[in-house]
Design a protein around this ligand. Structure first.
Ligand code: 6PG
Length: 253
């Protein structure tokens, strides 16, 4: 495991542009090497602006023009157990901010079928992943990029502090009722996130500063901080932070 790369930026706009560059660079490398880009996207609110930048909606023309969209396969790191058109749906957020605006073939959009009972949706999504990566039941896929956020409580995807899913080593996808947020979730498990060629965390805003500081100072993996717990197992991690989330450290250019 290489040491994590931590990139700090003055404000959210610079950090978002850096995240767009990271996406474009990872996509370009994957397409050159394997003629496709297997990317798992985060939900939540932070990445919406990134997806709008990538799609060209918000002045990201250079980014959207640089992506071989026809080679991109989109997956999700997690999903809420709600219908795809629900306002809470991560699929809906990505569809509105990205998928409706770029020419990714529909067959390459691998939605979590969150309208089904969560355990069934998880099992079906795992089969979708295994089929897309052409791997058997003993293998773990390597996404070219797993783009994650982090909650102020240190969760990532739908892996929350103290969850037994943090110790899951067999399943690629699992469903769990998360009592702390009164929400049923479907999530990639740590082995999948850790196996990504690049595990990227885009974390912005002062409300994340305490969790970021704990994550970056962590010495031994701590299940109370799932994002750092997963990062500690990962092959290659990059944190993209704005100054507010990094709590005032020197900003990168
Ligand atoms: C979700 C996300 C989740 C998110 C964090 C940060 O389904 O909510 O996958 O893991 O990345 O909660 O969310 P914000 O970006 O909204 O702060």
């Amino acid at each position: 495991m290489a040491a994590p790369v931590v990139s700090l930026y003055d404000g959210p706009e610079e950090a978002l542009r850096a995240a767009a560059r990271l996406f474009v660079t990872a996509c370009d490398a994957a397409v050159r090497a394997r003629n496709r880009f297997m990317v798992s996207l985060s939900g939540g609110s932070t990445p919406r602006a990134l997806y709008r930048l990538l799609s060209g909606i918000d002045g990201g023309g250079d980014a959207s023009g640089a992506v071989a969209w026809e080679k991109v396969h989109v997956f999700w790191g997690d999903e809420r157990a709600v219908p795809a058109d629900a306002v809470e749906s991560n699929y809906r957020m990505v569809r509105e901010s990205l998928l409706d605006h770029v020419p990714i073939p529909v067959s390459q959009i691998h939605r979590i079928e969150s309208e089904r009972p969560a355990p069934e949706a998880a099992a079906r999504y795992e089969q979708t992943i295994r089929f897309a990566f052409d791997i058997d039941h003993d293998s773990v896929p390597s996404f070219d990029l797993a783009l994650q956020g982090m909650g102020h409580d240190g969760h990532t995807a739908s892996l929350f502090a103290g969850s037994p899913l943090l110790l899951e080593q067999r399943r690629l996808v699992a469903a769990e009722w998360v009592a702390s947020i009164n929400s049923e979730r479907i999530t990639l498990t740590p082995p999948v996130l850790a196996a990504a060629r690049l595990l990227g965390f885009l974390v912005l805003g002062a409300d994340k500063a305490a969790a970021v500081a704990r994550a970056l100072q962590m010495v031994a993996p701590d299940a109370q901080l799932p994002a750092a717990f997963v990062a500690a197992q990962a092959r290659h991690v990059e944190w993209i932070l704005d100054r507010a989330a990094a709590d005032g450290r020197q900003a990168a250019g």
